[in-house]
Design a protein around this ligand. Structure first.
Ligand SMILES: NC(=O)C1=CN([C@@H]2O[C@H](COP(=O)(O)OP(=O)(O)OC[C@H]3O[C@@H](n4cnc5c(N)ncnc54)[C@H](O)[C@@H]3O)[C@@H](O)[C@H]2O)C=CC1
Ligand SMILES: O=C(O)[C@H]1O[C@H](OP(=O)(O)OP(=O)(O)OC[C@H]2O[C@@H](n3ccc(=O)[nH]c3=O)[C@H](O)[C@@H]2O)[C@H](O)[C@@H](O)[C@@H]1O
Length: 480
């Protein structure tokens, strides 16, 4: 029986391994982590992450050919194939701080693999890493090898949160990079056989190591660039009377452009887009490619601009101050169908409003109060380190109230900001909400999910990203 061990039981390691176990009953899969709490949660009824369809798969396989354990060394030493799916956050100090990927967790995993291995291993980079990381890993492993042979593969993950199971069941492609040596090709073949249990052969792409590593960074950069492009257009739409949804529909109808991923928003979030583009920028700079680095940097700058612009819309529309005013925040997760808040635009929007002394009342169907308080008190980039290394006690913030209902959040509020596109927000009783709010009552839709005309008829003053402006907003400053 082939044995797989995955180091890192997070958003990628957990779902990816659960699907491998589900699709390959003859393979034993053990997911290990240094976080005792996380492993305990994977072994309980309350999984550590919310992902549609995940619970069903985990409960079907757990205890049969899928295991979660803190006995990291034991399972690593027994495995034939070791996936490494640990954090690769942005460095916060030292060389490359604020840009370069921090490979501390990866390096410690590699050193541990070298320490405990007793037979030849295939080590798979599942984490997103800078191009050429495999070379560094290879050096760590071979310098500590005791005669054991290692093959390093790059097998980056392309799943998106909220649709992880769907994406894993039916991936656009699986990418495997390896050395162009007989040993490297044999290792590629071994991993290919795992995926071939359910992924059609023509969707399994095999490349050299560096192409695979770079393709992951490039894919995320291209995706984020689409959002920044449409968000840049949204500002111009507001200035000219064009409607961004009409513009992106018209542009996306061109089959060369395509219609997906063109929704204007308050900004993209998630643990990876910013981190991976910063990493790409740093790699370009290290290779003397200043113009290329500046090109990609702009994707992040537009994203920051978009979040600032949103905050400025809120504050400027309310007579230039939100001090002491109750603002309801509906949605805190970085997108719907996930409880993940890493790098969510809601953090920047809330911090911006708190900076102007607003009283916030926040509701998200999947995010806990503890998490929200932590996020709003955490330093930049801390969110992407392992949970047990993050700040423990969230700061007490008097201006902050977290509630478990959209109606409680909006009661007596002056304004309402929609920051995550949860389906339940589309069917709220906005008449009821309007009646319970202070007047004039404002709605700021950061996701373009509400029917602004209907809300205007109720009496709201409505701002929707990139849509023709309500008379109220004309001549008010909106730029950062
Ligand atoms: N979140 C996502 O949707 C995607 C993430 N990725 C990449 O996958 C990697 C992991 O991301 P996530 O799963 O989101 O992170 P995560 O933070 O959810 O999970 C990482 C886990 O690794 C554990 N860990 C860290 N060092 C360890 C060690 N030495 N030994 C054992 N366990 C260790 C941590 O405790 C944590 O539970 C990152 O490189 C990320 O860029 C790639 C595609 C999608
Ligand atoms: O490397 C990663 O971590 C993953 O990053 C993204 O996945 P994810 O961040 O989970 O979610 P997305 O659906 O890409 O959304 C990212 C952000 O962009 C925003 N977005 C997305 C699409 C859009 O049209 N407009 C828009 O503002 C979302 O609301 C969200 O805040 C990629 O889609 C995955 O392919 C990749 O594997």
């Amino acid at each position: 029986m082939v044995k797989i061990c995955c180091i890192g039981a997070g958003y990628v390691g957990g779902p990816t391994m659960a699907v491998i176990a589900f699709k390959c009953p003859a393979i034993e899969v053990v997911v290990v982590d240094i976080s005792v709490a996380r492993i305990a949660a994977w072994n309980s009824d309350q999984l550590p992450i919310y992902e549609p369809g995940l619970e069903d798969i985990v409960t079907q396989c757990r205890g049969k050919n899928l295991f979660f354990s803190t006995e990291v060394e034991k399972h690593v030493s027994e495995a034939d194939i070791i996936f490494v799916s640990v954090n690769t956050p942005t460095k916060t100090r030292g060389l490359g701080a604020g840009k370069a990927a921090d490979l501390t967790y990866w390096e410690s995993a590699a050193r541990m693999i070298a320490d405990v291995s007793k037979n030849d291993k295939i080590v798979v980079e599942k984490s997103t890493v800078p191009v050429k990381t495999a070379e560094a890993i290879e050096k760590i492993l071979t310098h500590n090898s005791n005669g054991i042979k290692y093959q390093i593969l790059s097998n980056p993950e392309f799943l998106a949160e909220g649709t992880a199971i769907q994406d894993l069941f039916n991936p656009d492609r699986v990418l495997i990079g390896g050395r162009e040596t007989p040993g490297g090709q044999k290792a590629i073949q071994a991993l290919k056989e795992v995926y071939a249990h359910w992924v059609p052969e023509d969707r399994i792409i095999c490349t050299n190591l560096w192409s695979a590593e770079l393709s992951k960074l490039a894919a995320n950069a291209f995706l984020a660039q689409r959002i920044s492009s449409v968000n840049a257009m949204s500002a111009l739409c507001e200035a000219t009377g064009a409607d961004v949804t009409q513009v992106s529909h018209a542009v996306g109808k061109d089959t060369r452009v395509g219609s997906k991923f063109l929704n204007a928003s308050v900004g993209f979030g998630g643990s990876c887009f910013q981190k991976d583009i910063l990493s790409l920028v740093y790699i370009c700079e290290c290779n003397g490619l200043k113009e290329v680095a500046n090109y990609w940097k702009q994707v992040i700058q537009v994203n920051d601009y978009q979040k600032n612009r949103f905050v400025n819309r809120v504050v400027s529309s309310m007579f230039n101050t939100v001090s002491g005013k109750k603002i309801a925040i509906l949605g805190f997760a970085f997108k719907k169908d996930t409880g993940d808040t890493r790098e969510t635009p809601a953090i920047d929007v809330c911090k911006g409003l708190l900076g102007d002394n607003a009283n916030l009342s926040i509701y998200d169907p999947q995010v806990t109060e503890d998490q929200i308080r932590k996020d709003l008190s955490m330093r930049k980039f801390d969110w992407d380190n392992p949970i047990h290394l993050q700040p423990m006690s969230p700061t007490v913030m008097k201006q902050l109230n977290v509630v478990w209902d959209a109606y409680a959040a909006t009661k007596d509020a002056h304004g309402l900001c929609l920051l995550t596109e949860w389906d339940e927000f589309k069917t709220l009783d906005f008449k009821k909400i309007y009646d319970s709010m202070q007047k004039p009552a404002f709605v700021f839709d950061g996701r373009n999910i509400i029917d602004e005309q209907k809300l205007r008829e109720i009496g709201f003053i409505v701002y929707s990203i990139g849509k023709p402006l309500d008379g109220w907003f004309k001549d008010m400053p909106a730029v950062a």
